[in-house]
Design a binder for this molecule. Structure first.
Ligand code: SF4
Length: 87
């Protein structure tokens, strides 16, 4: 009986510690998705290339459909005013 209670206390403490440890992760998850990224509208993102330049040539492009700087779905043929050619 006492053994059962001990293990119950240990597991409850583990759960509490786990919950406390998860809180910062949850906070990061909530803010991390859009942290530091700009809206497509604010950088005049368009789904077509501009003067031969497009996202798949850009330093910020993350294949297949993301960008380090701009939020949302980014097409390889898209373009925005932050375009920087891959070096
Ligand atoms: S052109 Fe703009 S949206 Fe496209 S990858 Fe570069 S920074 Fe991102």
């Amino acid at each position: 009986m006492s053994k059962h209670c001990e293990s119950g206390q240990v597991s409850r403490r583990t759960v509490l510690l786990g919950a406390a440890g998860a809180l910062p992760l949850v906070a990061l998850g909530v803010t991390g998705a859009h942290a530091g990224k700009l809206s497509q509208a604010s950088v005049n993102y368009q789904k077509e290339p501009h003067e031969g330049k497009h996202c798949s040539q850009c330093n910020f492009y993350i294949a297949p459909s993301s960008c380090k700087q701009v939020d949302g779905t980014i097409y390889p043929n898209g373009y925005c005013t932050l375009f920087v050619a891959k070096g």
